[in-house]
Ligand binder design. Structure first.
Ligand code: IPM
Ligand code: MG
Length: 395
């Protein structure tokens, strides 16, 4: 078979799989109701590199905050082992089958970063574990807050999480040695559900603007569908202003101190969301401070927005890794399960420790605190009876 026929056959299979996925999205069940579930099972997954260390700290905070719920039998914690690059390489799968089975037994998971290999790395070039879990559990919304109140920044990013350039990331084709092609995917129901979630969030929180970010002037078909869907859905929310920007100028506007505070809720395809949220997190103190919620209608996974920092491990600095990102993900987990007061408390403690009071500072090296010391500091701050008053003073 010549290369064109081979590529056509490959493309045909991809189309079949994506059409099947569209059908599945259309037939998906409604949102899970956590008030009806007992026990709610929270799985913790250490991951690789600095992952197990920072996740253990976050787990300590959650176990402390939820101890009454555990006692009442409403919450159960479970540790999931084996989502490591060693094991994934051994079985040559992004998520080993037995690990995936364990993950599916949990309603929500708190996950440490996992190594994502690329061509030329010492590990086999397997698909990212994050991306595989997001697709497998249909966690279509990647929700990432960034807030720096001293600078008037209060952004909520809704990154589409199962489509775009990520959907077929490992399934591109090397047609010849000189010609390679990747694919990007956008579906109508997949765009609708993430865009609707962004507008619903704005409506619930009395926010009067939702901004779409695409490159629809160049990537005309897939980004075009996303943008068209955005304005269709916007009509369902007459009190909310809808506008759109291209990713290049939006990247620039985030550093424009006069304009950036006007953006509130942003909704964007997968790859743009990946890139823009790292930039956004930098204003808050870096990716080490930013948490991320991967939300689907049946499952949810909460994690740091950053990777496993193999450089820190190699240089013997693991203990100085900042656990704030996974702890912030923990606050999002609490909110998601309906423990709004506990979630808010934890958010306030993270803000006080990381942005205002700064009694301890993380530098990623021995010049700063260790992750354990820093987590102790956060836990002391949570239990401070003046927590809310203290936090209000800084707003
Ligand atoms: C993120 C990360 C992942 C992504 C990597 C680790 C695959 O950068 O969660 O933003 O690209 O989505
Ligand atoms: Mg990223």
């Amino acid at each position: 078979m010549n290369e064109i026929e081979k590529a056509k056959e490959h493309f045909g299979k991809l189309i079949e799989a994506q059409l099947k996925r569209v059908k599945q999205i259309k037939a998906e069940k409604d949102w899970i109701d956590y008030t009806k579930i007992k026990p709610i099972i929270i799985g913790t997954i250490g991951g690789d590199g600095i992952g197990p260390h920072i996740t253990a700290e976050a787990q300590r905070v959650l176990e402390h905050l939820l101890k009454d719920e555990v006692q009442k039998g409403k919450i159960e914690f479970r540790v999931i082992e084996g989502l490591t690059i060693e094991k994934r390489s051994e079985v040559m799968k992004p998520v080993p089958d037995d690990v995936l089975e364990e993950i599916k037994k949990c309603h929500v998971t708190l996950k440490g970063p996992t190594t994502t290999p690329k061509k030329g790395d010492p590990w086999p070039n397997i698909e990212s574990a994050n991306v595989a879990v997001r697709k497998e559990l249909d966690l279509f919304a990647n929700v990432r807050p960034v807030r720096v109140s001293s600078q008037g920044i209060d952004w909520m990013f809704f990154r589409e999480n199962t489509e775009g350039a990520y959907a077929l990331g490992p399934f591109g084709v090397e047609i010849t040695d000189d010609l390679t092609m990747d694919f990007t995917v956008s579906t109508k129901p997949g765009s609708e559900r993430i865009i609707r979630l962004a507008f619903d969030y704005a409506k619930k929180n009395n926010i009067d603007r939702v901004t779409a970010v695409t490159k629809a002037n160049v990537i005309k078909t897939t980004d075009g569908l996303f943008l068209k869907t955005f304005y269709e859905i916007a009509k369902e929310y007459p009190g909310i202003n809808a506008d759109d920007w291209f990713i290049d100028i939006m990247t620039a506007k985030l550093v424009d101190i006069k304009r950036r505070t006007q953006f509130k809720v942003l909704v964007l395809p997968n790859l743009y969301g990946d890139i823009l949220t790292d930039e956004a997190a930098e204003f808050q103190g870096g990716v080490g401070t930013a948490g991320s919620a991967n939300i689907g209608k049946q499952y949810a996974m909460f994690e740091a927005i950053h990777g496993s920092a193999p450089r820190m491990v190699k240089e013997g600095r693991t203990q100085y890794a900042d656990p704030s990102s996974v702890i912030r993900a923990g606050s999002m987990l609490l909110n998601h399960l309906g423990y709004k007061d506990l979630g808010k408390k934890l958010e306030m403690a993270l803000d006080i420790c990381g942005q205002y009071e700064k009694k301890l500072v993380m530098t990623g090296r021995s010049t700063g605190a260790t992750g354990r010391e820093y987590c102790d500091y956060i836990m002391e701050t949570i239990t401070d009876p003046n927590l809310e008053k203290k936090w209000q003073e800084y707003q």
